[in-house]
Design a protein around this ligand. Structure first.
Ligand code: UD1
Ligand code: CA
Length: 459
């Protein structure tokens, strides 16, 4: 049997109080819509149709090339949204999963189970439901005395008795495809919100004597529908626990998993140690036995094995095995640190490659530079890469020693094995093996200090 999927993502999400369409709000680094899309892929749909409307172009960008899109120009309700998929799906044989784009926690596993349940029970419609401690706001599953599903009633339409029902509609369903679009022709807007509800097709099937059922999730967590930022933070928390647990199972140590923030696509090798308040974002990879201490914040970067990153920020860069960074260092985009590099406190590196075993221990800025191996940067070294208009490159060979508080004005090249005297301002190339002194000579005036009032002799 062939599977199809419809993802509802046309709504504005008024309760988010946001310019961003609701489904584009992120949970653990990717949009809710992408979470839903990834889970949907677990059922291998032959065709996925995403219904977009509010800020459609923006929403389409996120899944461009991965799904069909249909437009719902006016948001007249979830039932109306599904109708928009009719031109793409009508006349197809198989079952259609309908899922809301604001339920980021539903897993692919649960969707597979839902489809299996639907097929095994030969249902025309199967609702994914859950037991909620606090069902407020969700559609309720109304069953008869035999436990058979009769209909779904929305919060705003529910009687006092129906409001007591704890079994809720997750907003995910599987339908026989042809029956779905037939039933949709019979829904109306006679309800508290004046909308076309997808949920109404359940009652219609039931009245026509067709078989409907419900597959109930074991865990309510998965069914969370995000309508406001309170729920968004709840979703983030659930996702965080899920992600961190998986890393722990894989052999990663956490001092405090509740305070460690890892995006879904981050990869971490075994034997990595994470202290609290570590944040790993985007497409970040961490190699085995690396230690990340409290406060480390890494975005879209690759860190090698046995590295130690102490309370530092690394963005869009690569850091090789054995590198030590920090405390309080900032590796900015486009940098690469080769094996065993040491970048110490208050060092900033930007758009630079740094060769093996090079050390910049303290208070240094290295920008737009190509630095060789075994270079030593004294404290306070600055590469001057910017004249207010253009950026220029600094090239530093292997085994160069840059004395403290030197200013290297680009474009400039320091040859292999050269040495820059402390306090120099270098604006000419330094040949290999040379010593460059770019500072005024020191003058000592014998006994002059005795003339000054501060001298003990004059007090
Ligand atoms: C819906 C269900 C409710 C269920 C809950 C689960 C209906 C009538 N109610 O309510 O039973 O418990 O989800 O989270 O379906 N959308 C469109 N076009 C529209 C309206 C909505 O694409 O015209 C999209 C939204 O972008 C959203 C999804 O459909 O992704 C759900 O809409 P929402 O308004 O959040 O429905 P709920 O009130 O939460
Ligand atoms: Ca919702």
């Amino acid at each position: 049997m062939t599977n199809y999927a419809v993802i509802l993502a046309a709504g504005k999400g008024t309760r988010m109080k946001s310019d961003l369409p609701k489904v584009l709000h992120k949970v653990a680094g990717i949009s809710m819509l992408e979470h839903v899309f990834r889970s949907v892929n677990a059922i291998n749909p032959e065709k996925t149709v995403t219904v977009v409307g509010h800020k459609a172009e923006l929403v389409e960008q996120v899944l461009a090339g991965q799904t069909d899109f249909v437009r719902q120009t006016e948001q007249l309700g979830t039932g109306h949204a599904v109708m928009m998929a009719e031109p793409v799906l009508e006349n197809l044989t198989g079952q259609t999963l309908v899922i809301a784009g604001d339920t980021p926690l539903i897993t692919g596993e649960s969707l597979k189970n839902l489809i299996d349940f639907h097929i095994n029970h030969k249902n025309v419609a199967t609702i994914l439901t859950a037991e909620a401690d606090n069902p407020f706001g969700y559609g309720r599953i109304v069953r008869n005395q035999h436990g058979e599903v009769l209909k779904i009633v929305e919060q705003k339409d529910a009687s006092d008795f129906e409001q007591q029902i704890k079994e809720i509609n997750t907003g995910t369903y599987v339908f026989d495809n042809a029956s779905l679009f037939k039933a949709l022709k019979n829904i109306n807007t006679n309800n508290a919100q004046g909308e076309y509800y997808i949920t109404d097709v359940i009652g219609i099937f039931r009245e026509n004597g067709e078989k409907v059922g419900a597959y109930t999730l074991k865990n309510f967590d998965e069914s969370l529908g995000v309508n406001d930022r309170v729920a968004l933070a709840t979703a983030e928390g659930v996702m965080r626990r899920r992600i961190n647990k998986q890393h722990m199972v894989n052999g990663v140590s956490f001092v405090n998993p509740d305070a460690t923030y890892i995006d879904v696509d981050v990869e971490i090798a075994p034997e990595v140690q994470l202290e609290a308040n570590v944040t790993l974002k985007g497409q970040t990879k961490i190699g085995a036995e690396t230690i990340l201490t409290n406060g480390t914040y890494i975005v879209d970067s690759e860190i090698g094995e046995r590295a130690v990153i102490t309370n530092s920020m690394i963005e869009e860069s690569s850091v090789a095995d054995g590198v030590t960074v920090g405390p309080y260092a900032h590796i900015r985009p486009g940098s690469s640190l080769a094996k065993d590099v040491h970048v110490g406190n208050f060092v900033e590196v930007k758009g630079s490659s740094i060769g093996e075993n090079t050390k910049a221990g303290h208070l240094t800025y290295i920008g737009n530079s190509e630095v060789g191996a075994n270079v030593n940067f004294g404290a306070g070294t600055i590469t001057v890469n910017y004249d207010g208009q253009n950026k220029y490159k600094t090239i530093i060979g292997d085994n160069v020693f840059v004395g403290s508080n030197s200013t290297i004005i680009a474009p400039v090249e320091l040859g292999d094995n050269s040495l820059v005297g402390a306090g120099s301002t270098i604006d000419k190339d330094v040949p290999a093996n040379a010593i460059a002194l770019g500072r005024s000579r020191q003058i000592n005036k014998e006994d002059y200090a005795k003339r000054l009032p501060h001298h003990p002799q004059n007090k």
